[in-house]
Write a protein of this length. Sequence first.
Length: 642
Amino acid sequence: MLSRLYEMKNWAILSRTLTVRLYTNKCSLRLWDNDINTDIKLNIEKYWSQEVSHIENKKNATPYYVLPMFPYPSGNLHMGHVRVYSISDAIARIQRLNGANVVHPIGWDAFGLPAENAAIERNIPPPQWTETNIKSMKDQLHQLGFGFNWNKEISTCDPKYYKWTQYIFLKLFEKGLAYQSKAQVNWDPVDKTVLADEQVDELGCSWRSGAKVEKKYLTQWFIKTTKYAKKLFDGLSSEHLDNWKDIINLQKHWIGECSGIVVTFRIKINGDTKPLDVWTSDPYKYVHGQFLTLSTNHILLHNIDLSDNVITAYNPITKSEIPVYITDNVTYPEGRDVYIACPALSQEDDLIAHSLNIPVTDQKRINIDNENRSAIDAAISEHIGGYFVSSKLKDWLISRQRYWGTPIPIIYCKNCGTVPVPYEDLPVTLPKMDKETGIQTLENVSYWVNCKCPKCHSKAKRETDTMDTFVDSSWYYYRFLDSDNERKPFDKEKLLDCTPVNIYIGGKEHAVLHLYYARFMSYFLHSLGWTYTEEPFRKLVVQGMVMGQSYKVKSSGKYIPAENVDKIGKEYKEKNTGETVVVQWEKMSKSKYNGENPKRLLQAYGCDTTRLLMLADVPPATPRRWSDASKCILFYCKFTLN
């Protein structure tokens, strides 16, 4: 589809559409004898805006699902939004002209830290702040004339939506894929929440606040995405994928080669028994392994006095206990800090045993391939692991210690332990924010936290963590197809002929994490029998960023506006100081004074010209450099269409 977008045939279709529209508009408004100027052009667009946005479904036409990534409601569109929705709308229009019944929905990825922080700064409750932003951005999208199916609009902060996010979480919990575990986490001291590893930059600072991240030990909620690692890796060769190009390599690199398996042991420390995931590329060691080693940094050893402890682990494959030794003098697999050793069958492990003065038991010769298969089968049959995964891949940490997110539907009871909220009691809605004191975490809202246990009806407490916003966006593409369903997340029949999504459009910055989580969720929902295919998206269009020219004082690194810069020969100088200025192309940002306001372009040129520029000159995957040259093209487009 993307390559066809650039064929002369389809550009001719778009050109004829614009020409006919201008002709019809001028006749309808009795302006045919007038030369088009900016005011007339804007009046034409305003006059026909409702007509253009009205979309009728064609009976018995082939469905075609065009899905741009839905936006976070910041309150103002930026040029990146204009670009992605111009691309999706052009594709949607071409498909309609070709006779398809196009699904082109829009919604709002509305939870998260930025909205909550902005609301707190203004002493406005996050729901009110978010609602205002959605209204503002919705108006701007209408001004741009995009042909969205507004009747399918969803918002992740709406209880009608996050009820089903909680419902899916409970399904994950039922299947043993949502679990709690103690973990060393990245703690943002400013935003006061946990950050995923991917939300910390190479300097160890938070991607949002910029604060230096601290390490903390907390009990957190995880989703066992690693159980699907091999499926997700192999799925990248699926016949359902079209035009994924380098995104396949990005996904494969993230997942890693699934060269080993995991089995969950039980480890005894200080009289407590805890689960311990053990990874190895040699499954036979689960049958013939003689001991485990743990790094001194292992999470289970935090605040443990090792001098008085004899640590053992229960091997669920052999149904026996083996000793555990604490040492850093072992080459642990990448991303792991536990090692299972079989010195009788491995020379490397024999050296480890001798270095730790561990006696070695003789072992008869074995058929390693048979033993590997036997260990894997035993782990799978006992539901203690056995799935293939890379050593480096971690499970998805979804706990966030903030208010503005989907509440995790779990209750803690002294008698019954961890209890899921009954399905019929969903949604667990957020409490209203107190305008006087505000709510930054749920744990200080006593009337909300304190509840009754669904099982024994004694006093209990709710989980006060909320979900990572990636959970909300991991399944929204299915909800769009059945957005009004009050009985379930969606009906399978509504997905027929629309999934996998024909074409998914968004920024490359989401091509790893969001795409990985969305693919995992799609595979999981397929395992429940809810969908027709495992893969959620057939074709990807990964559009490049819109770049602006920035000016930075060389000596200080300070960004300055373009009007404060003089060009002298081939050099750039700051007007007031004469200091050398570095000129470069960077992602548009207010702090770098290199942004462009879509509102100004709409007022000056109208939506057709603004959008046409976004589709011209460079292909979608290439970064667009926005400069005076771009404005010259706008000027040309404006008068060419007269």
